[in-house]
Ligand binder design. Sequence first.
Ligand code: GAR
Length: 197
Amino acid sequence: TRSCAILLSGGGSNMVQLVKSMAEAGHPARPVLVMSNDPGAGGLARAQAMGVATDAVDHRPFGKDRAAFEAELTARLEAAGADLICLAGFMRVLTEGFVRHWEGRMLNIHPSLLPKYRGLHTHARALDAGDAEAGCTVHEVTPALDDGPILGQARVPILSGDTPESLAARVLVREHELYPACLRRFAAGERHPIYLN
Ligand code: GAR
């Protein structure tokens, strides 16, 4: 059984779905820690309510010293026994050192159809481009931002009258399907991507 930690910065709706999925019979991973860079993140309370251990390392006292912040993250992740990390709305860019340490053991979900729209404001950018569809991607984390082998994608239509908010809500529903499916496959050793339509 893999020991999975989930890193988040916000409300943690993806984290909730990942934790619920790991309770399924025969799941190859279990949740050992939910960790945030924001001690006030709503996701921490939601994890506690589900009986999952939580921790926070506030990034602010570290200032520009990302390496020191990340060393603290890694120390606490390893103390919890984590051997698999799911980034789930974790809004800090990670340095190459941290990524290399966890390479092959760290997944991310990104709210676009990568390789389109790496970075922020993905939904507004898809709307501005006049795209007919949008979606989300789960991928292995490598040092380049929102890059790395794709493990799965789900697509949604863009509808006339969509705003970044309405599109984000439609994509989020699919994130909640896609991420648990990709985690389960990855933890079982499967590396071929899945494409949900
Ligand atoms: C999700 O839409 C996720 O794809 C996105 O943040 C949201 C977190 O929601 N991640 C990124 O933008 C990463 N750069 P949640 O806290 O409810 O899971």
